[in-house]
Design a protein around this ligand. Structure first.
Ligand code: BTN
Length: 269
């Protein structure tokens, strides 16, 4: 990793401290450890390669050297923020969406709760983890992976939802540090707006599959099909069922897919 370029990118953000790794297991694991050991708010862990990158639902997240962005941001939440913990993953979704839009004029979509899709293919994944001291949540780690070059794409058997990368979408080389700067600046902006009407409106506006038939698969592997209505004031995804009943799903142990999704070639959510 080019440290000079990285330092330049970081100097334009509110990042307070940084730990950089050429190769590491998972930046989220390092960040959780460091957060436990007095990392200041808005500290960053970044790696060129991850050997044990983690996704949601304990899935593997592949980060090949130099091909992607893989980083984890440590936040020390205020009491208000602790009450809005469930909104930090969508916050990252909004930040990645905005970065793609401001840098490349790309209209990415946010697949509830927080995957970023370009042309309906997954370009970025987000894993938010929190840690407690006693009963109090006092650390949040925002783990973000962004596929930049073709080499970042996971093998087909790990692609549950078809994957995409920025360079493929744009058909030109992308400076990943420029993307990093924009995402970090945008996280800072949305943090101050978390839970506001503006936050929900922007999330809603960029939501993938709105008005379309989707399928939710719950933890018991039950599938529920309905029309995606949108997000409610608690950040739950609302589906309209065939009998016109509405049902709201919390971020948690559910997977969202378009209803005509075929399971051949993987099982991404
Ligand atoms: C998902 O789509 O399931 C979430 C993927 C999150 C990947 C990022 S890469 C940086 C950070 N470190 C990890 O081990 N995971 C997150």
């Amino acid at each position: 990793m080019d440290i000079k370029q990285l330092q330049h990118a970081i100097s334009r953000t509110p990042v307070r401290e940084i730990r950089v790794f050429e190769t590491i297991g998972s930046t989220n694991d390092v960040a959780l450890d460091w957060a436990d050991n007095r990392a200041p708010d808005f500290s960053l862990v970044i790696a060129n390669e991850q050997t044990k990158g983690r996704g949601r639902f304990d899935r593997q997240w592949v980060t090949k050297p130099g091909s992607s962005l893989a980083f984890s941001l440590i936040l020390k939440p205020s009491t208000d923020e602790v009450g809005r913990l469930h909104l930090f993953a969508p916050l990252c979704g909004l930040a990645v969406h905005d970065a793609f839009h401001s840098l490349f004029d790309l209209d990415a979509e946010i697949k509830w709760p927080n995957d970023i899709l370009i042309n309906r293919k997954k370009c970025s994944g987000i894993l938010v983890e929190a840690a407690w001291s006693g009963n109090v949540i006092n650390r949040i780690v925002l783990g973000i992976g962004i596929n930049v070059s073709l080499a970042s794409l996971p093998p087909p058997e790990l692609q549950l939802f078809t994957a995409m990368c920025l360079e493929n979408a744009l058909n030109k080389p992308v400076d990943r540090f420029q993307v990093l700067t924009a995402v970090l600046q945008s996280i800072h902006k949305w943090r101050s707006l978390i839970g506001t009407d503006e936050f929900f409106a922007e999330w809603q506006r960029n939501l993938a599959f709105k008005g379309e038939r989707v399928m939710i698969v719950d933890s018991e592997k039950q599938s529920i099909i309905g029309i995606e209505k949108g997000i409610d004031e608690l950040g739950r995804l609302v589906l309209i069922l065939e009998n016109k009943d509405e049902i709201a799903f919390e971020v948690g142990d559910v997977h969202l897919r378009p209803a005509d999704f075929s399971l051949t070639g993987g099982t991404h959510a």
